[in-house]
Ligand binder design. Structure first.
Ligand SMILES: C[S@@+](CC[C@H](N)C(=O)[O-])C[C@H]1O[C@@H](n2cnc3c(N)ncnc32)[C@H](O)[C@@H]1O
Length: 344
């Protein structure tokens, strides 16, 4: 044990969790600063001195040098023996080109979502979504109305973050050889493109809000796939284009409270013909025990931004039943679960 000159202990093993907590807390602020200053993109592939990075980012060299040293202490950037900075695997995840990390960077950069996260305690007291509590409206409406640039960046980041799952999803979906698949809230259409590429006789409908449909992937709008694909703008809470053999909803229901989920599934049920399949792709929240950190953080993220949640298998089954669909079972992919129902 280390002691002061007077003999008082200054650090004990029991302090370790406190120190760890402090590092976690401050790290989030450091990461937000790194993202706000675009440090990861600015660094590039060549080692760079602090003065050079300060000039490129318009920052004070003295402050930047301390910020970089603190970031490097947590593995974000590393310093070379001659005092220049280089990337590490962690700092690369903050680059705008990183397929999944750019989603995290997007979240860190957004003042609106940062303010919502800061109100988690107040929201717990109020029993309401932090985002709604602070901004008076939900995340999608807010970015659409107040920050269209962020809305576009969000949907692009989402599309690139979920692209990694596309292969596993396409393999697990058990695609019909022919007929129609509707991707409900399909974003820019990355999953639908991969579905149509895997099933050459299948036709597809990409359904999302107007602004997102306007930014649909070019290959779905012109070219060979466009002959088999329709893009439709609308509101899934009101209606969904029919009649399809398969409706896919990936990362949709976790954005909504139970009542809205039932409305979305009812829209599917109304559009579908008897026997059509409805597949909901989401993370699985286990019934009991402590969730793994990724699922727990996703659940908190859903609450903070949307006032919604991740769900258990029984909860998805209940949503299907409430919407008049028959739940048929769950399949696990590498990173997601597919909860499936058929229309009656
Ligand atoms: C989390 S993203 C998932 C996107 C896509 N399914 C994927 O896996 O990459 C949710 C999507 O739902 C769309 N959305 C939000 N509200 C909607 C509504 N009322 N009707 C239809 N789509 C909506 C959003 O625009 C967004 O593209």
């Amino acid at each position: 044990m280390t002691r002061t000159q007077e003999g008082a202990p200054i650090s004990t093993d029991s302090d370790a969790p406190v120190s760890q907590m402090l590092v976690h807390l401050r790290s989030a602020h450091l990461l937000r600063a790194a993202v706000t200053l675009d440090l990861a993109d600015t660094l590039g592939e060549e080692p760079a001195a602090v003065a050079e990075l300060a000039a490129r980012t318009g920052t004070d060299p003295g402050v930047l040098s301390r910020l970089l040293a603190a970031l490097a202490s947590t593995g974000v950037f590393a310093v070379t023996s001659d005092g220049r900075y280089i990337h590490t695997p962690l700092s690369r995840t903050l680059c705008s080109t990183h397929p999944v990390g750019r989603m995290i960077a997007q979240d860190l950069k957004s003042d609106a979502s940062w303010q919502a996260w800061s109100s988690l305690g107040a929201a717990a007291r109020a029993g309401r979504s932090p985002f709604v509590l602070v901004h008076g409206t939900d995340f999608y409406s807010y970015v659409r109305e107040h920050d269209p640039e962020q809305a576009t960046a969000f949907h692009q980041a989402m599309s690139s973050a979920t692209a990694e799952d596309n292969g596993g999803m396409v393999a697990a979906l058990g695609l019909p050889a022919t007929g129609v698949v509707v991707d409900v809230g399909g974003g820019r259409g990355g999953l639908l493109r991969d579905i149509l590429l895997a099933a050459p006789a299948l036709r597809g409908v990409l359904f999302d809000t107007e602004a997102v449909i306007a930014d649909a992937l070019p290959e779905l709008v012109t070219g060979e796939l466009a002959t088999r694909c329709e893009t439709v703008a609308g509101d899934a809470l009101v209606s969904i284009p029919g009649e399809a053999d398969l409706y896919v909803l990936r990362f949709i229901l976790h954005n909504w409270d139970d009542e809205s989920c039932v409305r979305i599934l009812e829209s599917c049920a109304r559009a579908a013909r008897p026997g059509s399949r409805v597949v909901v792709a989401e993370m699985l929240l286990e019934e009991t025990g402590t969730p793994d950190p990724l699922t727990a953080m996703a659940d908190m993220g859903m609450f903070v931004l949307f006032g919604s949640r991740e769900r258990t298998e029984a909860e998805y089954a209940r949503l299907f039943e409430r919407a008049g669909l028959t739940y048929t079972g769950t399949t696990a992919t590498k990173s997601l679960h597919l909860f499936e129902a058929v229309s009656r």
